[in-house]
Design a protein around this ligand. Structure first.
Ligand code: KG4
Ligand code: ZN
Length: 360
């Protein structure tokens, strides 16, 4: 079974190809440089970048997977124009691909349909639809949050995915730029959100604080880098909601505390304390959930789990921790293809829509 994965829910343009558990290609084109000067993602700009990048990333992934074969063919232009009538930049290049390359041997396209930024999601979905219509390949719509969790059920060795042992019930913690939530996982496909952030997501908080400290974007890696340089931390920041007996989070107060702190110029230690405050809250709530639901595994997902300190402290706490494999922590299309592989419910392209507020 060959699956093509497409992910464009935020600011990374990603395409992957897997053949069962073999990774044939996993290409990510980051828009960091475009969004850097704003310290955050601008949806209309992200959409334009996706449109520019998608055909390039797509061809690169197919080429890597040895599936890009030149061959002139007739395209039903009217149909493709109808699908891409709002994606002017994409249209020409997509027609070019469909007209000049042979239909690759792919069983279905897995594409993120939510949650995420609406204009970003639509670029990926419409591109997938055009490819689907042009080459007659079905689509499997994928939930981005579920994909972040499912990829943690695998390890990667020599470009091959290997499934880890997992037992249920499990507790899933998603910490990314857009989401922070705790999920009770009764089985693959059976999820219940037990708590989530009431304001900013953990990654969003790191991004905003990095902006206040003027140390770069994305904030997570910038803060982690600075934190390592702090010799002795004497700064204290709040741990919002850490002692509330529920599974909700709140991170916007942390950003405000940094903004009004008199010790802002001590950037390295401010970064360290920020990092630790976020880890403390995430860890404490996960421990609470793990005990109450008698979790047999703890499954982490999302870009913030790329944080080494977080991984170290969670690993110390839990001996049943499943982390995303290296390189698949932040947004990627490999996790989208894998989610498609685990739940291959195909749909006709005409019935697929973006769902920016999709829940797990
Ligand atoms: O999952 P992701 O790539 O995109 C969303 O679905 O939102 O997560 C991106 C978030 C950003 O907020 C970024 O600052 C954070 O993940 N991040 C990190 C690290 N790398 C990325 N946070 C902490 N430490 C890191 N090393
Ligand atoms: Zn994500």
């Amino acid at each position: 079974m060959r699956i093509l994965g497409i992910e464009t829910s935020c600011d990374d343009t990603c395409v992957s190809v897997i053949k069962d558990l073999d990774i044939l290609a996993n290409v990510v084109s980051s828009q960091t440089k475009v969004h850097q000067k704003w310290g955050g993602v601008y949806p209309t700009m992200a959409r334009r970048e996706h449109q520019k990048n998608l055909p390039i990333v797509f061809k690169k992934a197919l080429d890597k997977a040895n599936l890009l074969v030149k061959k002139k063919s007739l395209v039903r232009e009217d149909k493709i124009k109808e699908i891409l009538f709002r994606e002017d930049i994409l249209l020409k290049k997509t027609l070019n691909i469909l007209g000049n390359y042979q239909k690759p041997d792919i069983d279905f396209i897995a594409v993120t349909y939510g949650p995420g930024l609406d204009p970003s999601l639509w670029s990926g979905i419409n591109f997938a639809k055009a490819i689907s219509a042009g080459w007659n390949i079905p689509i499997v719509p994928v939930n981005h949050i579920e994909a972040h969790l499912l990829i943690s059920l695998f390890e990667i060795k020599n470009n091959r995915l290997k499934q880890k042992n997992v037992q249920f019930p499990a507790i899933g913690l998603i910490a990314s730029g857009g989401h922070t939530q705790l999920v009770l996982i009764k089985d693959i496909g059976k999820y219940k959100t037990i708590g989530e952030t009431r304001d900013d997501a953990a990654g969003e908080c790191l991004d905003k604080i990095a902006r206040i400290l003027n140390i770069g974007y994305p904030g997570g890696p910038a803060i982690a880098k600075r934190a390592k340089l702090c010799k002795k931390n004497t700064i204290t920041l709040p741990r919002p909601m850490i002692n509330h007996k529920n599974y909700d989070f709140s991170f916007s107060g942390l950003k405000t505390a940094v903004l009004y702190s008199k010790e802002k110029e001590n950037i390295n230690c401010m970064a360290k304390e920020t990092e630790q405050a976020v880890i403390d809250v995430l860890l404490k709530k996960t421990v609470l959930a793990s005990k109450e639901y008698k979790a047999k595994n703890i499954i982490l997902g999302g870009g913030v789990t790329a944080n080494k300190e977080l991984r170290r402290q969670f690993s110390k706490e839990f001996n049943n921790l499943l982390l995303p494999p290296k390189g698949a922590q932040t947004d990627n299309a490999l996790m989208i293809a894998v989610a498609g592989l685990m739940s291959p419910k195909t749909k006709n392209y005409a019935n697929i829509k973006s769902n920016p507020n999709l829940r797990i």
